[in-house]
Design a protein around this ligand. Sequence first.
Ligand code: GLA
Length: 760
Amino acid sequence: MKSLKIGLVAAVVLSMLSCQRTAPVNKIDISGLWKFHSGDDVAWSVASFDDSKWESIKPTDVWEHQGYKNLDGFAWYRFKVVIPHSMIDNAFIKDSLQIKLGKIDDYDQVFLNGELIGENGKTIAGKTNPRPDFFKGPSQWYTPRRYTLTANDPRILWDKENVIAVRAYDSGGAGGMFSSPFEISMIDLSDHVMFDFSQSGFNFSGDTMISKQFEVYNISSREEFRGTLAVAANRCDNGLELFKQETVLNLAPGIHTKYTVNIKKDNAVPASITFVFREYSSGKEVKAVLEMPYILTPAPGKAPRINGARVFGVRPRSPFLYTIAATGEPPLTYSAEGLPEGLHLHAGNGMITGVISKKGEYKVKLKVTNATGCAERDFTIQCGELISLTPPLGWNSWNVWGLSVSDKKVRLAGDAFVASGLISHGWTYINIDDGWEDIHDKNGNILPNSKFPNMKEMCSYIHSLGLKVGIYSSPGPRTCGGYEGSYTFEEKDAQHYAEWGIDYLKYDWCSYGGIAPNPTDRQLKFPYQEMKKSLRKVTRDIHYSLCQYGMGDVWKWGHEVDGNSWRTTGDIEDSWESLSGIGFSQDSCSLYSAPGRWNDPDMLVVGWVGWGPNLHYTRLSPNEQYTHISLWSLLAAPLLIGCDLTQLDAFTLNLLTNDEVLAINQDPLGKQARRALKTDEYQIWVRDLEDGSKAIGLFNLTGNPLPVDVRLEDLGIKGKWMMRDVWTQKDLGLVQTHFSMKVLPHGVRLLVLRKEGTKK
Ligand code: GLA
């Protein structure tokens, strides 16, 4: 690691530099309409094939959104394009051409003029016969498709028509080409020289110093680039310069260099860092702007405060576990008045355990005391058929560890819930996703693989911390990760889960697509009903989480199969495109969400993620992360942290421990927010809360700060309202008729409006 040396500071005025990377030389846009056909025939790769009768399709969106609902399996895309030789003459770097094809869900083979040039994101260098089983192994839906050919590759027909044919295979859920960019260009400076900010987080020291490590790569194996690197940090509110350095940078082929910048900044202030590499000979620039984290959540006080769900559902005779979530200076002592018969509270740790045998509604008063005082809160236990009366708050292994999850990593996540204090804010579930399974033995018992030596012991350990445990399976013979599913073993599997002490089951469609290709509505429900019957036979409350990416509008019928939550979309990743695409598409299913029946727009992508085993710091900007947590809270979504909890930084912890934000998510009324207003630039979402107040999210969809004017009538309210900023937990005064607020790029203002004169 090197420290960034100060070089020539003089001439560069960073704020005057353009925000865009220099446009690639002679780019050909191929994002227009392609030809499309479902099915599979390798003859469709041949340039002369007549595709004139095929349908037209946009490559930038999955085929389900373009009239091919529930289509799984193979389909082909074709596009014709002339590639002019002048692109080489005009290029700064003349040796390679690249074809960028956005992303492809799940697998692909790409042919240029009948020859295979790429497969699942990897360029095929020479003449090769297509691998018939290219669609096996882990899904590649999130891999950007960039195929690079040398300029003298005979598969390119310069100055002639070229035919690109894409053979796509979708293993379930959304399918086909999507995202961006779709273009053909010569390799340019910005394809070789890159900044990477995701190999380290931001380190805070004290309240005013932040350090950030970043990396600069030259991925070219031949070209050397000489130039200057300028780094500057500015506050977002008044533009004030916080930091500025410039250094000479010679980037040898293949070089990969780490730098650290130390910037003095108040932790609460939004600021951004601009990085510009300027290449001497061409004058070309590669530029990146990085937002710095800013902490809004006030630290919990010394006085006791009770957090977490205020209402809790349990079935008669099921083992009960609820841990009172409270902050305050330790030691804390817990007590409760009005606990129903069969329940017991552990005064030292706040765990309520036991069994209730009689159905009914039990009103309890929780108390937490320490040396500074006492906090009280009403708590309702509803003993009946419905569980998960508020959305689950927890952790899931998938977005961080992928298939590399293990007993050790699960225990560490549990320990981190306690050590970091997440448990004191209501976080409860520690969920194992795919990758724990071995096989069913000859008696039909599901065996965990060697990474999970003793499931029962592991569950007891997590329970002893006051937390709950989740597991994952598929109604098909195989899970999405290729492990053993529950097909035909539903009853035995459910019994094992109950025996081990499992509290949550995520049940993922995946290979069931092989049993019911192009499923009817009845077939969509059937496997979920089978597992429902099995889960209801065990005397244990197991949150039932359906995962089939929203097929057949699952939000309309998920409750019929006893689902407590259901995924409404495909898998999330840590990009604005994915986050905003998913988050802002949740209005149409809003009315179907209710206590015990939650829409699930997928798990959180803050902190160290990576789908394992190699992790990176989330690529979402701090503003985007505030948007993520705010929107998911308004949507009454299950909040499942998907990061390495042993590496929680101060910013991520601030996102996850704001009790007023979490209180919106956990509001007992259980109503999901609706979109009240939508323009090209911003959206306003409103959620009704149990006490009559309104939670409001003002979301800026643009890349610039935006003033948002809000008329109370757009929110469906009138009169005088007390406005509170939820992240900073500060009252902003009375509003009436309208108000205006600045919202940061891709950011949010999360507010609660309380009718004047009503009690908090
Ligand atoms: C699917 C799900 C993910 C994860 C993986 C596991 O892709 O949508 O959330 O569970 O399967 O293989």
